[in-house]
Design a protein around this ligand. Structure first.
Ligand code: C2O
Ligand code: CU
Length: 476
């Protein structure tokens, strides 16, 4: 059973078709987290095997270098019964292969573009040099048949992801997306699973080629087929009773905000984007806007024979629709059922801001399309925001569009100080992505410790494509 049909019905209710129109119609990694003194040899670290995604081969034997090859090319996948679907894939896979490294490693990626369209790779959430950030404002896109080598040191542990930054709404929809996990060797080792959740819009067996109809301009492109790790079928596995697991989940959809919930399990959120939370939190369902990552710690409920993961979406009438994507049979000798002591470092304490910036998100009737704007301008006509680096900064993000926007800032982490004046437990952590809904005003804190030119944009890819992107320039 594919999950195609139920989502089709949801497109309209979720998108709120009848809603009113929007109002108005790492330079280097020197600023990044300090690494352990490199004087003493660190004990060898075995990259954990993460269930759910195929890992890319590390071609470099050195302990602290991860060297891989990624090729973007056409491929075919079996998503429907009506035939194969042509996709764009990294190394023939959708999602692309899992990249793994440990904090402080040098990662070298030889990227070959075998597609007809020019391309780049952006490393979403990694605080690296802007010259390696994969944005066409800085890097000339890689042309057909060409190779470009990305190289950087990964400064932070966490769950990240990678995708193109040229015609991104088309490229990600067609399949170019993958998870990038950076391990902290000091963390407790528990079994890990990865889930890349996407929704794709299929017409018959083909990815719908019309990329920007009015609905997509308004709400972003909402898919009708839910994919978990590139599968339309239920993912299956086995799970040991009483054994805590770490589930890393990313929403790679073009536009759809999702919620995720393990079933028949005790679970809590232990990490968001690039931070292990000092205080993990429990919630009914984990909010997972586009671009965001959640790491869950999951333990089978006592006596449970099956543990699942489902994506949950508002059904338009106050309830929730459930889309199970994963089912594990619980079997084997029982673990002790205790939560893991993660011993996460304390978050940096925000200091009094000595500089401020404001980003107002809005929309206007453009000449042929909706113009999605930041501070009144579409990308290309924007005035970059300028900040001093390594300086306590208050960023105010104000939504005036009456639509929701997963706001993403490249190259930095930020903390959410308040949401419409309130401090919510689930807003904790160092992040690179945050959902701004409705007409909210968010206060964000960042130290801007990674100098460079950075994109700040809505991760609803059609909104970004139609202008909702600007630049933040951070001086040394
Ligand atoms: Cu995930 Cu500017 O991107
Ligand atoms: Cu948006």
């Amino acid at each position: 059973m594919t999950r195609t049909s139920p989502l089709l019905f949801l497109v309209c209710s979720l998108a709120g078709c009848s809603d009113a129109k929007p109002a108005g119609a790492e330079g280097d990694d020197s600023g990044a987290t300090a690494l352990a003194d490199s004087g003493a040899p660190s004990p060898a670290f075995d990259m954990p095997k993460i269930w759910g995604l195929e890992s890319v081969a590390d071609l470099n034997p050195a302990d602290d270098i991860v060297e891989i090859e990624l090729t973007a090319d056409l491929a075919e996948v079996a998503w429907t019964e009506s035939g194969l679907t042509e996709v764009w894939a990294y190394n023939g896979q959708v999602p692309g292969p899992l990249i793994q490294a440990k904090v402080g490693d040098t990662v070298r990626i030889h990227f070959t573009n075998a597609l007809a369209d020019e391309n780049t790779i952006h490393w979403h959430g990694l605080r690296i040099s802007d010259t390696m950030d994969g944005v066409p404002a800085i890097q000339a896109p890689v042309q057909t048949g060409e190779t470009f080598t990305y190289e950087f040191v990964v400064p932070d542990a966490g769950t990240f992801w990678y995708h193109p930054h040229v015609r991104t709404h088309v490229a990600i929809e067609r399949g170019l997306q993958g998870m990038f996990v950076v391990h902290d060797p000091a963390n407790p080792v528990v079994p890990e699973r990865a889930f890349v959740i996407d929704d794709v819009l299929l017409r018959g067996s083909a990815v719908d080629p019309s990329t920007m109809d009015h609905m997509a301009q308004m709400h972003g492109r909402l898919g009708n087929t839910l994919l978990a790790n590139g599968q339309t079928e239920m993912l299956t596995a086995t799970m040991v009773p009483g054994q805590p697991e770490r589930w890393r989940i990313v929403n790679t959809a073009n536009a759809r905000t999702m919620w995720v919930r393990p079933t028949n399990a005790r679970w809590r959120v232990i990490a968001v984007d690039g931070t292990l939370l000092p205080t993990p939190f429990e919630t009914t369902r984990g909010l997972l806007p586009v671009g965001q990552r959640l790491d869950l710690e999951v333990i089978a409920e006592d006596g449970a024979t099956e543990v699942g993961l489902q994506v949950e979406l508002p059904d338009g009438s106050g309830g929730w629709s459930e889309y199970p994507v994963y089912s594990a049979t619980v079997e084997g000798d029982s673990g002790d059922g205790a939560w893991t002591q993660w011993d996460a470092a304390a978050l940096p304490e925000p200091e009094a801001a000595v500089q401020e910036g404001t980003l107002v998100l809005n929309a206007f009737d453009g000449t042929t399309t909706i113009d999605w704007t930041i501070n009144g301008d579409v990308y290309g006509e924007h005035t970059p925001l300028e900040f001093a680096g390594n300086t306590p900064t208050l960023l105010t993000v104000r939504d005036r569009s009456r639509a929701e926007h997963p706001f993403h800032l490249h190259g930095q982490f930020f903390q959410i100080l308040s949401r419409d004046g309130e401090v919510l437990p689930e807003d904790a952590g160092l992040r690179d992505t945050v959902l701004v809904s409705g007409s909210e005003t968010l206060e964000l804190y960042t130290n801007f410790d990674n100098p460079g030119r950075w994109m700040a944009h809505c991760h609803i890819l059609e909104h970004a494509e139609l202008g909702m992107m600007t630049e933040v320039v951070v001086s040394e």
